[in-house]
Design a protein around this ligand. Structure first.
Ligand code: NOJ
Length: 503
């Protein structure tokens, strides 16, 4: 079988509002992304995933879509999008876009009509509510003027569609065609395990309802992806779809990744695992034995950046571990998803002032949860304030950048051999060089306590999550390490790639 491009692809997530601002208004845009494509090419990724740039009131950073076939003026125009796709393809980069099928914005014409009493069957309106809670906090139901309630699993500004209505299916097939016709290489599907809710909307915890959850992962959702797969397969050029599927088990995840359904699902298991060799090994084994096409992800725009998650008691631990984890992730079979800024070693920004925060999670939890703004702070391209090169104008970036971003900027790291940026570039280049000579499978090697050693053909990867330096697996050539080796030993919080001669 020809290997499809996405099987081993490294995909770079661009949170558009925080990547690069060409218009100078303090918010990132498509023209900004376009200008930075050579940077991404040079970084060595294979594809980009753009978070929603569609017309939206931005109640949830654009995951509240008011028009599925347009570009919000904040981010540019359809012409900007087309130019971006053309340039990306010219540079050999594939482009994935986000599709948000679980809910629309309350400003979507269908919901506006529903509020007037027209076409309510496109959403989930009821006379009485159940006990479901919004993922962002508070009840999942909001009352409208005439006394009915509508369901929203996220913010009240994000009403859930009724996927039991065929009109919703037709609409989304048409939306996918719209972007496929504009040359996108695939889709990232938001809340892919949502869409269908259990018939009758039973309460969570209802004993007479036998499935795990009446809210997520209903079996009917698979029919949607079978239809989408047929559509994607009908286009030339290996178009693909990756689902955002939060599940408790790899078996559930695998349900979505089938020859007639999604090509990939994000595998969040590693991202949820602690810094521990046995935990990492379990995630790797479970994934590879269950999911036909594996993906790996350490950070995205919804979670605390992994540098900060991995922070230990010693200063610098978080960054050392983040670099080591990257090397281990890139050594695994399958595709890896990177999140903008991780190549600079950006930490979570934990001290944003309350008045700067924008995430609905912060507001719906009444300030109890900080929300996700801390991983969405605009990228520092240059050393100098006011926006560290993020914005072409003098406008303040939409979220304030901390002073520490100057030292982490692209300008500061470019050409500096041990910088995180140059380390990412080397790792990605090396992965490309090895691609032809390593199999999709993995074998474990005997590992000292606290460490993991595995091999794929000529590549050997070792990561040390323990407290003591360990001896390396053998006398192979060192290709790359995430930090300095000491007297041939692998120190704690460090990973290494070795090459052994082909047998
Ligand atoms: C997942 C997205 O990644 C997140 O940012 C968003 O808030 C929810 N889905 C709702 O669309």
């Amino acid at each position: 079988m020809e290997i499809p491009w996405w099987r081993d692809a490294v995909v770079y997530e661009i949170y558009v509002r925080s990547f690069a601002d060409a218009s100078g208004d303090g918010v990132g845009d498509l023209a900004g992304v376009r200008e930075r494509l050579p940077y991404l090419r040079r970084l060595g990724v294979d594809a980009i995933w753009l978070t929603p740039f569609y017309p939206s009131p931005m109640a949830d950073g654009g995951y509240d879509v008011a028009d599925y076939r347009g570009v919000d003026p904040l981010f540019g125009s359809l012409a900007d999008f087309e130019a971006l796709v053309a340039d990306a393809h010219e540079l050999g980069l594939r482009v994935l876009v986000d599709v948000v099928p679980n809910h629309s914005s309350a400003a979507h014409p269908w919901f506006q009509a529903a509020l007037r009493g027209e076409g309510r069957e496109r959403y989930i309106f009821r006379d009485t509510t159940n006990n479901w809670q919004s993922t962002f906090g508070g009840p999942a139901w909001t009352r409208v003027a005439d006394g009915q309630y509508y369901l929203h699993l996220f913010a009240p500004e994000q009403p859930d569609f009724n996927w039991r209505n065929p009109e919703v299916h037709e609409e989304f097939l048409d939306v996918l065609r719209f972007w496929l016709d504009r040359g996108v290489d695939g889709f990232r599907i938001d809340v892919a395990m949502g869409l269908y809710k259990a018939e009758g909307l039973p309460n969570v915890g209802d004993q007479s309802f036998t499935s795990v959850s009446p809210v997520w992962g209903q079996p009917e959702v698979h029919g949607v992806y079978r239809d989408w797969r047929r559509l994607l397969d009908g286009y030339p050029g290996e178009r693909m779809a990756v689902g955002e599927v939060w599940t408790d088990s790899p078996e559930d995840l695998a349900q979505y990744v089938r020859p007639d359904e999604l090509h990939q699902s994000f595998n969040f298991a590693w991202l949820q695992a602690p810094w521990s060799a046995p935990a990492f090994r379990k995630v790797i084994e479970d994934t590879l034995s269950t999911v036909p096409f594996a993906t790996w992800v350490l950070s995205n725009h919804d979670v605390v950046r992994h540098r900060t998650r991995y922070e230990g008691t010693e200063p610098g631990t978080g960054l050392a571990r983040a670099r080591a984890a990257l090397l281990a992730m890139l050594a695994l079979p399958g595709s890896a998803y990177l999140y903008q800024g991780e190549e600079l070693g950006l930490p979570e920004v934990t001290d944003l002032p309350d008045e700067a925060r924008q995430d609905p999670v912060f507001f719906q939890s009444k300030g109890e949860l900080p929300g996700r703004d801390g991983c969405r702070v605009p990228i520092p391209w240059t050393v100098d304030p006011p926006s560290h090169g993020f914005s072409a104008g003098a406008a303040e970036p939409w979220l304030p950048q901390p002073e520490s971003f100057a030292e982490l900027s692209v300008e500061k790291q470019e050409g500096v051999a041990d910088s995180t940026l140059e380390f990412y570039r080397r790792a990605l280049a090396c992965r490309h060089e090895l691609a032809g000579e390593i199999p999709y499978s993995l074998e474990w090697l005997e590992s000292p306590e606290g460490a993991l050693f595995f091999t794929r053909g000529t590549l050997v990867c070792a990561i040390n999550c323990g407290a003591h330096a360990v001896r390396l697996p053998g006398h192979e050539e060192v290709l790359l390490s995430s930090g300095p080796l000491r007297n041939g030993l692998l120190p704690p919080d460090t990973a290494v790639w070795l090459r052994r001669p082909a047998s």
